[in-house]
Design a protein around this ligand. Structure first.
Ligand code: SF4
Length: 246
């Protein structure tokens, strides 16, 4: 009997490029950005992977095709594969992770923690990024908790919080208190207008730097030494020359 794996809804596959944020900052990484998200954050910078108006650009791809693309982009050299979106937890990734592991690749997934999958335990890195009040979304902490349980302490799990303002900062502190065993990364929010594919909106570097300084000052004044404050080195989607057309 042949067994067919469910297809993955892909917005874009690109790289290897240098991971620009969080725990994997600086690592050569191939990104698989999936289409579709159960959230609509007010400041989402990946709308082309979220909003249904871009649906015609998403493609249902077989595991074989996705994997061949990753191998072609990386020249067959095992690198980190980052599963992002949208919310990549919506997609069926188990078989792809299994296949990639067999060839020495590693997998990280970043999600807001609203959709729980038992294959989180197969990941190498799980980045949980609950969305703060400025996103205008409401966090289901029980779901975030369930994501951590599903991972069964197998992957490295980190919390990543985007902080725009004081209430986001308070939310980040609350998140850290809920999950004291998880390393926490804080990232200043970015007000650059959302980019559609192939559009080059100017990046609000000034604003990012100001919020970075503000955040560092707050964390230092609070003596919150467990938190790591990191900038976001890249914004939105991939530069056009690293993007695999699909
Ligand atoms: Fe965008 Fe992420 Fe929010 Fe989804 S969870 S709307 S991808 S910022």
């Amino acid at each position: 009997m042949t067994h067919t794996h469910p297809a993955i809804r892909v917005s874009e596959i690109f790289g290897p490029t240098i991971q620009g944020e969080g725990v994997l900052i600086g690592l050569p990484t191939v990104f698989i950005r999936t289409g579709g998200c159960d959230y609509r954050c007010s400041w989402c910078d990946s709308l082309h992977a979220v909003d249904n108006q871009f649906r015609h650009e998403w493609e249902m791809m077989s595991i074989d095709t996705v994997w061949q693309t990753v191998v072609a982009l990386s020249g067959g050299r095992p690198v980190m594969v980052s599963l992002s979106g949208g919310n990549p937890a919506i997609q069926p990734f188990r078989a792809l992770i299994e296949r990639g592991h067999g060839e020495g690749y590693r997998f990280a997934l970043e999600t807001q923690g609203s959709v729980v999958r038992d294959w989180f335990a197969d990941l190498d890195v799980l980045v949980l990024s609950p969305k703060p009040p400025s996103s205008e979304m409401r966090t289901d902490w029980a779901a975030v908790e369930a994501c951590i349980e599903a991972a069964q302490e197998k992957p490295q799990i980190v919390l990543k919080l985007v902080v725009f303002d004081d209430s986001d900062y308070a939310y980040a502190k609350d998140a850290a208190a809920r999950f004291p065993r998880l390393p926490i990364y804080l990232q200043p929010g970015n007000h650059t207008p959302p980019r559609a594919r192939n559009e080059d909106a100017p990046v609000d570097l000034d604003g990012i730097m100001k919020r970075m300084e503000w955040l560092i000052e707050k964390v230092t004044r609070d003596r919150w030494f467990e938190a790591r404050v990191l900038p976001q080195l890249h914004v939105g989607s991939a530069p056009a020359n690293t993007r695999e057309p699909i």
